[in-house]
Ligand binder design. Structure first.
Ligand code: GCU
Length: 681
């Protein structure tokens, strides 16, 4: 009875999700005692501030009777690493840096919050990558490209330049530091030149000041044509002396304001953005010119490899073709930032071949935390398993390349943020798990998806073991399920045009670039389905290391999950699984629908363990996700059926929609807002 009452009272407290995974636990139990060695308690230098933050976090949140000592020691782990050791009730956190102590403090708090408190002995952690960076696709007018959680927390829509809401930025810094994120790009890769004007740089410096004690550096996306666009010069040619001088002067201005500024993120000659190619120059010439400007201050250039020309025979091949020949020619402070797969953050993609082949130029992964192609902030899809898949391929096939997560030698890693000014930060309480997972995997790619899910749930939703198991199970199945109901077996980019929410494999407005149309990717015809990228097709398989290329090229060896990515398969062709393509495809879509329905049903069973506000908000998303799964399944199967001319297999459920209705429906939303659930079919 007592337990029941307790559960009821916990569940009755509404919770808007704003606290993320940082719920206070020890405030009413000041049992722990925290001391530090080596810092002047009143000093104002950044490192002392960082250590004071670590101490106050421990005091506020450790509820066990412990004596905790923070120790800066030259012989302790460096590069943000730390050691936590325990004897009895005495705990020492040691590190060679203040940020390492802060990360150690958050690690200890996490141990308590997830019931994995260190009992004795010691643990040491050193991050796999020194640069763990969020990319905000925030526009200077406050909208967020592919953002589904409200408006920017940095840039204002009210005519002021930037959000002056310092407490919110402190909360943001704290949340990131708690999961090891140490860098943030404040503006969209489709960058307005205006961000480099003095006014905006001053505001950037303001944000940098707030984030600095939390160990977070700021970076900016720049527009390659800035010298020209801002009216200072008539060209942005990277080999022009005045252009190089302009960037040098701009870098000096920035570093005078922000001495620890991280550097620039550059989207050049991609989707209409300007770049060195406009002047007949190469990526190397463009990137190295910028690199020289920030080099004296220790800045870096993250040069994106997301390039593809209109009407190329195979968009998936282009980045490799353009960048592989440039391997080794980039300056040593340039890192190539490469999306996990060769097309564009699809629900499932094979690994981008550049990760497996670049030998000398550092390559950093760009993951998309915001769910542009995975149901926006409506579908509950946990992305850790998807990112782990990429890491596993990197580890398996990347041997021989000069870096891989397995060697703990990743130069940097970026995640496109899903954060906005909505009260729960991400538009959806479950989407917070993807921000959390990005930080945890950037710190340690060896952590399992299961552990990340469990950590997240027990720090946010419930500690009840049974409920935790139910939620963790549906989170871990969610990515595979989403792939199954959206685009199984390697299908890709069959989304509604523009906003990318919902299915439109037929989308083909006249005059649109062919490579922006679903038919370019699915290639459905009377013979079969899928993009032939084998050696008999576009030859994209050859961009992979031999062993992998051979597998992908062979219909019998290609993993089923990538089959239609690499092969055009006959509708009636028998697959290695014994069934033909059409039967397998139908079965996959049906499985996706069943899974989505099961998630909604399972979620309903944890009601008593979750506060009513989040229970309802998350539940309504599971319900909508299940409806959308039907929408996807019906739209895709009915559309492809026009080509296969085969009936749905025996036992397959009858469609709920008819194709003509679905083809008439086009959701009217922009690229900045989450769809209104009531307006969906
Ligand atoms: C996708 C996305 C764009 C974005 C681009 C990029 O194409 O739809 O909104 O600008 O990726 O990563 O540069």
């Amino acid at each position: 009875m007592a337990t029941l009452l307790l559960i009821t009272s916990v569940a009755a407290m509404a919770d808007n999700g704003h606290q993320l995974w940082l719920r206070q636990t020890g405030l009413d139990n000041p049992a722990c005692n925290v001391t530090q060695k080596a810092f002047n308690p009143t000093a104002t230098d950044i490192e002392s501030q960082t250590v004071r933050i670590a101490m106050s976090e421990l005091l506020a949140r450790i509820s066990q009777k412990l004596n905790i000592q923070l120790e800066k020691r030259a012989d302790a782990p460096g590069s943000d690493g730390f050691t936590i050791s325990r004897r009895g009730s005495n705990i020492t956190i040691s590190s060679a840096s203040g940020t390492g102590l802060l990360y150690g403090a958050f690690a200890l708090i996490r141990m308590q919050a997830t019931d994995t408190m260190l009992k004795g002995g010691s643990v040491t952690e050193v991050p796999a990558s020194p640069l763990r960076i969020l990319n905000h696709w925030d526009n200077l007018n406050g909208t967020i490209e592919r953002g589904y959680a409200g408006r920017s927390i940095f840039w204002s829509d009210k005519g002021e330049i930037i959000s002056q809401n310092a407490p919110l930025l402190v909360e943001y810094a704290r949340a990131n530091a708690s999961i090891g994120i140490n860098g943030t790009v404040l503006n969209n890769v489709n960058a307005s030149p205006k961000v480099l004007t003095t006014d905006y740089l001053k505001q950037t410096a303001h944000v940098a000041r707030i984030l600095r004690p939390y160990g977070i550096k700021v970076y900016l996306s720049i527009n390659f044509a800035s010298p020209k666009a801002l009216g200072d010069l008539t060209t942005a040619d990277p080999l022009d002396k005045d252009v190089a001088a302009w960037w040098k002067a701009k870098a000096k201005e920035i570093y005078d304001l922000i001495p620890d500024f991280g550097g620039f993120l550059v989207k050049a000659n991609s989707e209409g953005e300007p770049g060195p190619g406009d002047y007949g120059r190469t990526h190397v010439e463009g990137a190295n010119m910028l690199a020289a400007a920030v080099k004296p201050y220790g800045g870096i250039i993250m040069w994106r490899a997301f390039v593809y020309a209109a009407n190329s025979p195979d968009r998936a091949k282009q980045a490799y073709e353009e960048f592989m020949p440039l391997d080794g020619q980039f300056a040593d402070n340039v890192i190539l930032q490469v999306k996990n797969g060769p097309v564009d953050f699809q629900p499932r993609e094979p690994i981008h071949p550049l990760f497996l082949s670049m030998k000398k130029t550092p390559v950093m992964p760009e993951w998309q935390i915001t769910q542009e192609y995975l149901g926006h902030s409506i579908h509950n899809v946990f992305l850790a398993p998807m990112w782990k898949e990429m890491l596993d391929d990197w580890r398996t096939y990347g041997t021989g390349a000069n870096r891989s997560f397995a060697d703990m030698k990743i130069p940097a890693i970026a995640g496109v943020s899903n954060i906005g000014n909505s009260v729960n930060w991400c538009g959806s309480d479950m989407a917070q798990a993807n921000w959390y997972a990005f930080g945890r995997l950037a710190w340690n790619p060896a952590i399992s998806s299961e552990k990340i899910a469990q950590e997240f749930i027990s720090q946010t939703l419930t500690k009840d073991k049974k409920a935790l198991a139910v939620i963790s199970d549906i989170m871990l199945r969610s990515h595979e399920a989403c792939v199954s109901y959206m685009m199984p077996m390697g299908l890709h980019h069959i989304f509604a045009g523009g906003h990318h929410y919902g299915p439109e494999p037929w989308y083909a407005p006249r005059g649109t670039r062919e490579d922006w149309l679903p038919r370019y990717y699915h290639r459905a015809d009377s013979v079969g389905l899928g993009f032939d990228r084998t050696m008999r097709g576009t030859g994209a398989v050859a961009e992979y290391p031999d062993e992998m290329a051979k597998k992908l090229d062979d219909f019998n060896l290609c993993p089923e999950k990538y089959l239609l990515w690499f092969h055009h398969v006959g509708w009636q062709q028998t697959l290695p699984n014994g069934k033909n393509l059409w039967e397998t495809l139908c079965a996959k879509y049906d499985e996706g629908v069943r899974e989505a329905e099961d998630f909604a049903a399972k979620w309903a069973t944890v009601k008593q363990y979750i506060d009513p506000e989040r229970f309802a908000a998350i539940g309504s998303r599971y319900d909508r996700q299940a409806k959308d799964a039907w929408w996807w399944r019906d739209a895709c199967l009915l559309y492809f059926q026009q080509f296969s001319q085969m009936p749905l297999p025996e036992g397959a459920p009858a469609p709920r929609h008819n194709l003509a209705d679905l083809m008439r429906f086009h959701l009217a939303i922009d690229n900045y807002t989450a769809p209104d659930m009531s307006k969906l079919p």
